[in-house]
Design a protein around this ligand. Structure first.
Ligand code: LFR
Length: 485
């Protein structure tokens, strides 16, 4: 069906709710004349809390921030204008267990919780099962997978299979709170290690292995599905709730102004560094399993094979260990820190970013220092030293991921496109270009929110399709190219 022509005077307003593990935001996208203008309506910190050794999200607090953000979004519009639709994306894998009435029947765990370690080791040590699950789902054995988390919950509290009747992943849950409709969305489902890699439905072998009741899940809907109208938020009456790609990384990838020939590698750089690309087919087999390729999905059902490099989490946690004054409080102080670190010589000895112990150590700094001492290198002396070391080490991880993907697919990646927090770090961009030996192109772009809004505009039939959106987006984007030294 043809897209509605947008006249010069028509502006379509969409709200993106973008929840990250360390911060969340509600952003208004105003689409006019094939141009998108973003306004941040609300930004808030997020963190998990540790209770008696287990990690939990403050789900009620998050919902409160979503409501506040949407109210502010509506208030921010010019007089008489309305938000046409709302879309929610969030980090992967975490979930809510509910009964039919929509009541929470279990606290909401955070994926960093060490509770999955025994299950992780068990599957890791059972070669046949590991290969079978990978062949079925295309998702490697990672500590945060929903599969391991759900299996642990069922193990620790067997009565849960009677209490719960429904499992919604976080974006699904917020969609439900907004619209009253319970649905599982495909991209977020693809982070669970429970989705069939060859179809758009759940994997019987995976559900059986992890003993997850199939009745908890419904066949995932594709991005663009309308779930209903927003309920009970002042100023939002009539706005549609649209299932956008629920996984933040899927949204960030959708926003990449990529060359249509598939020669760009994508890097979404934030708490995690997600290195991957778009593909019509999954990347499977022994090499892919070894390289921990996760065949996550695009909103339309295609694939985005990627590997998860530990990311800026290394820095976030190291800053905590370095004391209350270590973390820059303003963008200017951040820039100065990055600048100072960039003046230091490149690190000769790097952190092994594939060490699983980096996921949630009691002290990140102590772990990094121990890794370095093992290699007979001295730990950095100050914040800028850690910044340099972490960026150089992540850059090596990004370059290794590129080499592995090229080997496995026979493709050649000519550029790396970077969005997210790390794209604002010249140090990380330059170090990545040097290590990967291709230009890194950084965009001044809230990638996740842009992808979220793009999906809404397409569902509203204001924009024809993703290719069209990317073309319009690229026409006005500020970009910076870092050539390899
Ligand atoms: C990034 C992200 C990653 C996912 C990790 C844990 O926010 O969604 O893609 O692997 O969080 O869910």
């Amino acid at each position: 069906m043809a897209a509605k022509p947008t006249s010069k005077t028509t502006t379509t307003y969409c709200a993106a709710v973008d929840l990250g593990a360390t911060s969340g935001r509600v952003i208004v996208g105003a689409w006019q004349n094939n141009r998108l203008k973003l306004t941040v309506a609300h930004r808030f910190p997020n963190t998990f809390r540790t209770l008696n050794g287990s990690d939990y999200w403050e789900i009620g607090a998050l919902w409160h921030e979503v409501q506040t953000g949407l109210k502010k979004a509506a208030e921010s519009l010019p007089r008489g204008k309305k938000i046409a639709s709302v879309g929610v994306d969030a980090w992967g894998v975490d979930y809510v267990l509910l009964n039919d009435a929509g009541r929470l029947v279990f606290p909401v765990h955070a994926y960093r919780d060490n509770r999955t370690q025994p299950g992780l080791r068990h599957l890791g040590n059972t070669r046949a099962a590991l290969e079978r699950i990978y062949a079925a789902t295309g998702i490697p054995n990672v500590f945060y997978n929903s599969s391991l988390q759900l299996a642990e919950t069922i193990d620790a509290a067997p009565a849960i299979t009677d209490l719960a009747t429904r499992c919604l992943f976080l974006p699904d849950y917020f969609n439900y709170l907004l619209s009253g409709t319970m649905a599982n969305e495909l991209t977020i489902a693809s982070t669970t290690q429970l989705l069939d890699v060859r179809s758009n439905d759940w994997s019987r072998p995976a559900l059986d292995y992890f003993r997850v009741p199939s009745s908890w899940l419904s066949k995932p809907v594709l991005a663009g599905t309308r779930l209903g109208s927003v309920k009970n938020i002042p100023g939002l009456a009539g706005a549609k709730v649209i299932a956008v790609p629920g996984h933040d990384t899927a949204c960030a990838y959708d926003a990449m102004p990529a060359a249509p020939d598939g020669s760009d590698l994508f890097l979404s750089s934030g708490t995690w560094s997600l290195v991957g690309f778009e593909s019509d087919t999954p990347v499977l087999g022994p090499d892919a399993l070894k390289a921990r390729v996760a065949n996550e999905r695009i909103g339309d059902g295609r694939y985005r094979p990627l590997t998860n490099v530990i990311g800026m989490w290394l820095l976030e946690r190291t800053l905590l260990d370095l004391g209350p004054t270590a973390r820059p409080k303003t963008p200017e102080v951040w820039d100065k820190l990055i600048d100072d670190a960039a003046r230091l010589p490149a690190s000769k000895v790097l952190i092994d970013v594939t060490d699983p112990a980096l996921a949630n150590p009691p002290s990140m700094k102590a772990l990094i220092d121990a890794q370095l001492r093992k290699k007979k290198a001295a730990p950095p002396k100050n914040v800028k030293g850690y910044m340099r070391l972490i960026c150089d080490s992540l850059a090596r991880g990004h370059a290794d991921a590129k080499t592995a993907f090229e080997r496995m697919t026979g493709r050649e990646f000519k550029r790396i496109l970077i969005v997210g927090g790390g794209s604002r770090s010249p140090l990380l961009c330059q170090a990545t270009a040097n290590a990967a030996k291709v230009p890194v192109v950084s965009f001044n772009l809230e990638g996740t929110a842009v992808g979220n809004i793009a999906s809404q505009l397409i569902a509203l039939k204001v924009v024809k399709d993703k290719a069209t959106f990317r073309k319009h987006l690229a026409a006005h984007l500020e970009q910076k190219v870092y050539s390899p030294a």
